[in-house]
Write a protein that binds this ligand. Structure first.
Ligand code: ADP
Ligand code: MG
Length: 458
C-alpha cells in the first residue's frame, strides 16, 4: 500500500475537483489553495490568497472539496478556509466566460485581474459535441440537441432533456450553445442553472431592479436552463420563469431545459408544466459498457494519455452508475500515475480505486442518487419524495430515503431536510427514528433496506 501524506491527498482532491468545475473556476479559486494544519476540532485548514477568496471558496466550493477529499481519504473531514499571506493568487491573465464568475466579479481583485466576459453566455469550454460520446443511452437526446443546435426554423420548443445525475444533460446543453455561437458568433446565448436564475431574480427584486432582470433574459436568442427540477415548490421563481418563457416563446426564440424528472412528474404550476410538455421531451439513460469504454478513451485522448483496452474495460466495468463518477475514477488514475511517475497499468488502476472497489460503503453517494433509487424501488417519481404529498404511498418511501441518506452519507439532518423539499431537520430526525424502530419488527422492511443499501453501495 502506498502511504499518502496530507499533501498527496490534497493534490488528488484538487485533481478530482478540477474535473468537476470549469477551467475558469479552477484557475481562479481552486488551483491556488494550499493544505494547512489539522485543527484540534478535527477540521483541516485550507489556505487561500486573501479573505475574499476564503469566504468565496467556503461558500461555493466547500461541499465539493470536502466530498472529493472524502473519496480520496475514505473519511470525511470538514475544511476551514483562511487567508494566508504566503499563498499566491491563482489568477493568470485573462479568463473567459463562466456565468458564476462573470456575474460576481470579485471586488477585491486588482483591476488588471478582473475577468473579461466577452459574451456572458456562461458556457463551459470542454462541453462540446466533439467530446460527447453517443450511445444507445443518449442517441435520441443527442439527435434532438444537434437538430436544435443547427438553428432556425425552430422545430421543437422547448427541448426538454431529462435523466439521472451525471449522464450528460449539462454537457449537451452547453454543446448546443457552443454550436450556435460557432455558426453565429453574434447570437445571444445564455446558459443558466435554475438555482442561479432564482438567486439572480431574488437579488434583483431586492435591489428594486426587476426590469433589468427581465430584460437580460428576454433579449436572448437561445436560453439554456439547467436542472429545472430545482423550481419545484418555488412559486415566485416559477411565476417569473413562466413570463420569461412566454416572452421568448412568443418571439420564436429557442428554449432548452434539463431536469431529473418528466414534466408531468414535477410539482409545478400547471401552466408551466403544460408549456414544458408542449415541445419535445427526450430522456437519457445510463450508458452501457461499450459507451462507457468509448467515453474513457475519449477523455484519455483529450488529455493526451495512453489508455490500454484492458484498463479501460476494467474501469468501465467497475463503475457503472454515471459518467461523472467514471470520469472521477479516471482522473484519480491519472493523478496517481503522475504522483508516482508510473505508467497506467492494471496494478496502478486497482491501487487508485482501492477505496471504491474494496470499501463500497465509503463511496460518496449523492442524495439525489438515493432519492432516485428509492423512488424507482417504490415505483414513484423522485419528485414525489421532495413534494408535500402526504399519503402513505409517498410518505413511507420518503422516510426510507431520509433514513438511507443519514446512514449512507455524511450529510447533517438540516442538509438532508433541505434536499427533501426544504423540510425541517426535526422531520428527518423523526423519519430516521421511525425507520429504525420499524425495521426491528418488520422483516420485509429490513430486507428492503438491505437491498437498497446494496444497490446504492455497489
Ligand atoms: P448531468 O448534467 O446529467 O448531471 P453532466 O453533463 O454534468 O451530467 O455530465 C457529467 C460528466 O460526465 C461531465 O464531465 C460530462 O462531460 C461527462 N459526460 C456525460 N455523458 C457523456 C458522454 N456521453 N460523452 C462524454 N462525456 C460525458
Ligand atoms: Mg447537470
Amino acid at each position: 500500500m502506498v502511504w499518502l501524506l496530507m499533501e498527496d491527498y490534497w493534490t488528488r482532491t484538487v485533481v478530482s475537483v478540477k474535473a468537476q468545475v470549469s477551467p475558469e473556476v479552477y484557475n481562479l479559486w481552486i488551483r491556488s489553495l494550499r493544505p494547512g494544519k489539522n485543527l484540534a476540532d478535527g477540521r483541516m485548514e485550507v489556505l487561500c490568497h486573501n479573505d475574499f477568496a476564503a469566504d468565496y471558496v467556503d461558500k461555493h466550493y466547500r461541499t465539493l472539496l470536502e466530498s472529493a477529499m472524502a473519496v480520496e481519504k475514505g473519511t470525511h473531514q470538514p475544511l476551514f478556509f483562511r487567508a494566508d499571506p504566503g499563498v499566491k493568487s491563482g489568477i493568470v491573465g485573462r479568463h473567459s466566460n463562466e456565468s458564476e464568475v462573470s456575474e460576481e466579479p470579485p471586488p477585491s481583485l486588482p483591476e488588471a485581474e478582473v475577468i473579461q466576459s466577452p459574451a456572458v453566455s456562461g458556457l463551459m469550454e470542454r462541453y462540446t459535441f466533439d467530446l460527447f460520446v453517443v450511445g444507445a443511452c443518449n442517441q435520441f437526446a443527442h439527435a434532438a440537441a444537434s437538430r436544435v443546435a443547427d438553428g432556425p426554423p425552430v422545430v421543437y420548443n422547448p427541448l426538454y432533456m431529462h435523466g439521472g445525475t451525471g449522464l450528460g444533460k449539462t454537457h449537451l446543453l452547453h454543446a448546443i450553445g457552443h454550436k450556435v455561437l460557432k455558426d453565429n458568433p453574434k447570437a445571444k446565448v445564455r446558459y443558466i442553472s435554475s438555482e442561479k436564475f432564482m438567486t439572480l431574480f431574488i437579488d434583483h427584486t431586492r435591489m428594486g431592479r426587476v426590469n433589468d432582470f427581465k430584460s437580460q433574459f428576454r433579449s436572448v436568442d437561445l436560453l439554456l436552463v439547467d436542472d429545472i427540477h430545482f423550481f419545484a415548490g418555488k412559486k415566485g421563481t416559477q411565476e417569473e420563469f413562466f413570463h420569461t418563457f412566454n416572452a421568448l416563446y412568443g418571439d420564436g426564440k429557442q428554449i432548452i431545459l434539463t431536469s431529473d424528472s418528466l414534466p408531468q412528474d414535477m410539482p409545478l404550476d400547471e401552466r408551466l408544466r403544460s408549456r414544458f410538455a408542449q415541445g419535445l421531451v427526450v430522456d437519457i439513460h445510463p450508458p452501457d459498457l461499450e459507451t462507457r469504454v468509448a467515453i474513457l478513451k475519449k477523455k484519455a485522448l483529450a488529455e493526451d494519455i495512453d489508455l490500454e483496452d484492458d484498463v479501460a474495460f476494467f474501469l468501465a466495468d467497475a463503475i457503472q452508475t454515471n459518467v461523472r463518477e467514471l470520469e472521477g475514477a479516471l482522473i484519480r488514475v491519472f493523478a496517481l500515475a503522475s504522483i508516482e511517475k508510473a505508467p497506467i497499468t492494471m496494478a496502478l488502476v486497482k491501487e487508485s480505486l482501492r477505496n471504491i472497489l474494496k470499501n463500497p460503503e465509503r463511496r460518496v453517494i449523492p442524495i439525489d442518487e438515493i432519492q432516485r433509487t428509492v423512488a424507482t424501488f417504490y415505483k414513484i417519481a423522485p419528485m414525489d419524495l421532495r413534494s408535500n404529498k402526504r399519503s402513505r404511498e409517498f410518505s413511507y418511501p420518503r422516510q426510507i430515503a431520509m433514513y438511507l441518506c443519514k446512514k449512507l452519507t455524511n450529510h447533517s439532518y438540516p442538509e438532508i431536510g433541505e434536499q427533501f423539499g426544504g423540510r425541517d431537520h426535526t422531520t428527518v430526525l423523526y423519519a430516521v427514528g421511525r425507520v429504525n424502530e420499524r425495521q426491528s419488527e418488520d422483516s420485509i422492511l429490513a430486507k428492503q433496506l438491505q437491498s437498497l443499501t446494496e444497490m446504492l453501495s455497489h
